[in-house]
Design a protein around this ligand. Structure first.
Ligand code: S3P
Length: 164
């Protein structure tokens, strides 16, 4: 496991960034976030990028970030919910899927947080997307971490046991 990256995947609002940051602090890794890197490049929010350039454009940017991630090490990486569709996820590092029920995820998002996520604006469509992606999240994961009713400290503890 030494020097391998840890890559967090999962549906929107499952806490990938929070946990990736906490793990980075705990294991002294570099924290990276695919969405933040794309936002920084264009000086725009994800919602603005989707509105101005479209989803396909955003997905191509995700693939460029994935290619970059393949060449680094010692990072704890948060990804966007759709990042699992990049072609080389398995080459980036140890993939941890943060699993939760759709209802749990919805309850974690207030209106402001929903507005940041173009694919969560319509709850029915979001549920369809969740169901469509479930299998891929599970299949591409090296480790599935169920997050329901657990604190960040508990999750970090479980992870540390699994990745050491
Ligand atoms: C997306 C998830 C978002 C962001 C974009 C698309 C998706 O990230 O990348 O809005 O396709 O599920 P979060 O999972 O961090 O919300």
């Amino acid at each position: 496991m030494k020097s391998e990256n840890i890559v967090f995947t999962g549906f929107m609002a499952c806490g990938k960034s929070t946990l990736a940051k906490a793990l980075a602090r705990e294991l002294d890794l570099v924290f990276l976030d695919s969405d933040s890197l794309i936002e920084a490049k264009f000086d725009k929010s994800i919602a603005e990028i989707f509105a101005e350039f479209g989803e396909n454009f955003f997905r191509k940017e995700e693939q460029k970030i994935a290619d970059f991630f393949c060449g680094i090490k010692n990072a704890s990486i948060a990804t966007g919910g759709g990042f699992i569709q990049v072609s080389n996820l398995d080459k980036i590092g140890f993939c941890v899927y943060l699993r939760a029920e759709f209802e749990t995820l919805i309850n974690r998002l207030n209106l402001k947080e929903k507005a940041k996520r173009p694919l969560f604006c319509d709850e029915n469509k979001a549920k369809t997307l969740y169901n469509a992606r479930l299998k891929a999240y599970e299949e591409k994961a090296n480790f599935i971490l169920d997050i329901e009713n657990k604190s960040i400290q508990e999750l970090v503890g479980e992870l540390k046991k699994r990745i050491k």
